[in-house]
Design a protein around this ligand. Structure first.
Ligand SMILES: Nc1ncnc2c1ncn2[C@@H]1O[C@H](COP(=O)(O)OP(=O)(O)OP(=O)(O)O)[C@@H](O)[C@H]1O
Length: 265
């Protein structure tokens, strides 16, 4: 398993009055294809939750709905109580996102990309400057701040995207397959960095991945398959419920069970 150098925070959704993220019976279809089917869960501040699903499970669709890229028509998504459809401004102000597809401007410098993001969030340059400096320092890229994105490696670009997602001070961080294509060292860096943020800033994190080892034994995991939540809980509990010793085996058992019941795959 990848290491996380900080003590994790336990799932606390039940003890929280207003969840950082609340997904209530959300369904979404593309024509006849049902991408999400009554998905429901909640995240509390400080929760590090891994959304585990194979290609096509519905992870990106859920992220697109949670960030307002798609209109949420069936069910409800709220960020700190703000409905993403009816009250989007405060909801979006609280979210930081690292999308699956890189969205940096390759011809701008690291700093220019971050200032642009800050301005989209209505931050004055004077307010953005110390935030940008601090986030770049934390991801080890302060000295490269005037380099253009195209001069960076894939892992460095991902770190820039993470720094950018945090510049406006979100309390909820959504990451869609953030480590795809990265080597072990870069994956471990990102995972450790995000786990630290959870612990230090009480950031709520939803980390979507198909890489099972990114859900350490101390994480909470939501298993999404065929648009449905098959399991949601602390990893040890998921193992107990599935009667397995590894999350990989539990995942395979859950998916096989869903398939044998005729659920979409
Ligand atoms: N724009 C779209 N039009 C039609 N079908 C779509 C569209 N986007 C996603 N789908 C379908 O919805 C389902 C869920 O896709 P989604 O991209 O959300 O899964 P995912 O878990 O993010 O997978 P991946 O890890 O491969 O990105 C899949 O069956 C996919 O083919």
């Amino acid at each position: 398993m990848l290491s996380a150098a900080v003590s994790p925070s336990a799932p606390q959704a039940s003890s929280l009055a207003v969840p950082a993220l609340s997904v209530e019976d959300v369904s979404h279809a593309f024509g006849a294809r049902q991408a999400l089917d009554k998905v429901a869960f909640a995240l509390a501040p400080g929760d590090f939750t891994v959304l585990l699903g194979l290609n096509g499970a519905g992870k990106t669709t859920l992220f697109s709905l949670a960030t307002g890229l798609y209109h949420c028509r069936r069910g409800r998504i709220a960020v700190f109580g703000h409905d993403i459809v009816t009250d989007p401004s405060p909801a979006l102000a609280s979210i930081g996102v690292v999308f699956q597809q890189p969205t940096l401007d390759l011809d701008l410098t690291i700093e220019q990309n971050l200032y642009y993001h800050a301005s989209l969030h209505g931050m004055a340059r004077s307010a953005a400057a110390p935030r940008i400096a601090a986030e770049l320092e934390r991801v080890g890229l302060a000295a490269r701040r005037r380099d253009r994105i195209r001069q960076l490696s894939g892992g460095q670009r991902r770190r820039v995207e993470l720094a950018r997602a945090l510049v406006h001070g979100p309390a909820l961080l959504l990451l869609d397959e953030p480590t795809v294509g990265l080597d072990m060292e870069s994956r471990a860096f990102l995972l450790d960095h995000v786990r630290r943020l959870c612990a230090e800033r009480r950031l709520a994190v939803l980390w979507a991945t198909h890489l099972i080892d990114e859900a350490g034994p101390d994480a909470r995991a939501i298993v999404l398959h065929g648009g449905r939540v098959l399991a949601d809980g602390a990893v040890p509990q998921i193992l107990r419920d599935a009667g397995t010793t590894t999350l990989k085996a539990a995942f395979e058992r859950l998916v096989a069970g869903a398939s044998s019941m005729g659920k979409p795959s």
